[in-house]
Design a protein around this ligand. Structure first.
Ligand code: SF4
Ligand code: SF4
Length: 411
């Protein structure tokens, strides 16, 4: 796609990046057909090719409007279009540039500014979010339905291995404890630590609020997200140096941390460490299945379970990180009957804070996703990201869990 960037954009790091991405797009529109928002709304401007045109216009000097901002807001950042694109267009990176410029040009209505500010400042601070979630869980039965759907039923985390038991392990990983997951579903981190312990691996966990920066990034607070990334690099570095990998059990966080190298590429003080940290980051869905499979294959008396399950691969896993199939193979090795799911490549509508900022579209996507997931009457739904798990659980009575919780329960 030929581009003529505005003088204020030309020869800037963002301008160079955007230009190189735009050049690859050949307008073929293959991406449009697989875009969930285009499927729902039927408007070219609510599909990837239309959004690429809108961003191009803005970068070429046309002033953005509220309509431009709304079309970009409606994008889930699911990156399904990147998987479909035959030309390798890095749509997600282009969208980041586009959203940043549009945010500078278009002032949001007060209600949106308040909502986005509230999400940014509460979800990323565990000292605010944890008590709020505890209160919500204790009052859950009397909450209005739309709020109840956002508050998961309390699940016991279960017993953890003692420090003495963990000290016996020679292998160690550094595990990110994120911002909302410990309060919403502490069972996920606990299950991860127990499974690693059984494999002879000690998990050293991160301390503090531990937000990876994804929430601020999703809400177009670029400077806040980068500041968070820098703080994390400083805080995590000593533990990272003595660990095999930085292990993350929420794919929405692992995709963000793997992007630190790109996001901080122009920061001389952090670019090198950001790159090294990203290289050492693994989602448990890519790192743990092979460890677990090797373990299961060594067992002679392993009792296989007989359960029908479906797996929902989060977009941040299958599109954002291009990780596919490992978890599914592992679940089958454990004996699960893995049922097929129609349109498994489509987003469930969770997408960070999208389920709050774009509630109607998000609910429509969830309804369709749950229909497909439940079509073959599984015993449970498994996934790999706290956002998708809590979002889907809000719309069904069927248990929705992280696959690591399911594996932990089979032991
Ligand atoms: S990221 Fe997802 S929602 Fe956004 S344009 Fe691409 S396919 Fe559509
Ligand atoms: S599929 Fe790729 S090349 Fe084709 S229009 Fe979409 S982004 Fe452009």
């Amino acid at each position: 796609m030929e581009t003529h960037l505005a003088s204020w954009m030309k020869s800037t790091p963002d301008g160079d990046l955007a230009e190189s991405i735009l050049r690859r797009c050949v307008h073929c529109g293959f991406c449009t057909a697989t875009c969930p928002t285009y499927q729902l709304l039927g408007d070219e401007l609510d599909g990837p090719r239309g959004r690429i045109y809108l961003i191009k216009q803005v970068l070429e000097g046309e002033t953005a409007s509220r309509a431009t901002q709304s079309h970009l807001d409606r994008c889930l950042t699911c990156r399904n279009c990147e998987t479909t694109c035959p030309s390798g267009v890095a749509y997600g990176q282009l969208l980041d540039v586009g959203r940043k410029i549009v945010e500078q040009q278009v002032s949001r209505p007060l209600s949106q500014r308040l909502l986005r500010g509230l999400l940014r400042e509460t979800l990323t601070r565990s000292w605010l979010f944890n008590p709020a979630m505890k209160l919500g869980q204790s009052l859950r039965s009397i909450l209005p339905p739309f709020l109840r759907a956002k508050v998961p039923v309390k699940r016991a985390a279960g017993l953890l291995p003692t420090p003495l038991q963990l000290a016996e392990h020679r292998r160690q990983v550094f595990m990110l404890v994120g911002c909302v997951q410990p309060a919403m579903m502490p069972s996920i981190d606990a299950a991860t630590i127990r499974v690693l312990h059984r494999l002879g691996i000690r998990a050293e966990t991160s301390q503090g609020s531990g937000c990876c920066g994804a929430i601020r990034h999703h809400l177009s607070d670029e400077s806040g997200a980068l500041a968070q990334a820098r703080r994390n690099i400083d805080a995590w570095w000593p533990q990272l140096e003595r660990s095999e990998v930085l292990l993350i059990n929420a794919s929405g966080c692992s995709v963000m941390v793997k992007d630190y190298g790109h996001l901080l590429r122009n920061d001389p003080a952090y670019s090198e460490r950001a790159r090294m940290l990203s290289e050492k980051t693994r989602d448990i869905s890519e790192w743990l299945p092979s460890e677990l499979l090797a373990f299961v294959n060594r067992q002679t008396n392993w009792v296989k379970v007989q359960q029908s399950i479906v797996f929902h691969p989060p977009c941040t896993l299958q599109h954002g990180q291009q990780i596919r199939g490992q978890v599914e193979s592992l679940l089958q090795a454990f004996g699960a009957r893995l049922l097929p799911v129609q349109d498994a490549h489509l987003c469930c509508g969770s997408a960070g804070t999208y389920s709050i900022t774009q509630a109607d579209l998000s609910l429509a996507l969830r309804e369709r996703k749950l229909q497909h997931l439940q079509a073959a009457s599984p015993d449970s739904i498994l996934s790999a990201n706290i956002g998708c798990i809590s979002h889907l659980q809000g719309g069904t009575e069927l248990p929705v869990r992280h696959w690591i919780e399911w594996v932990d329960a089979q032991w």
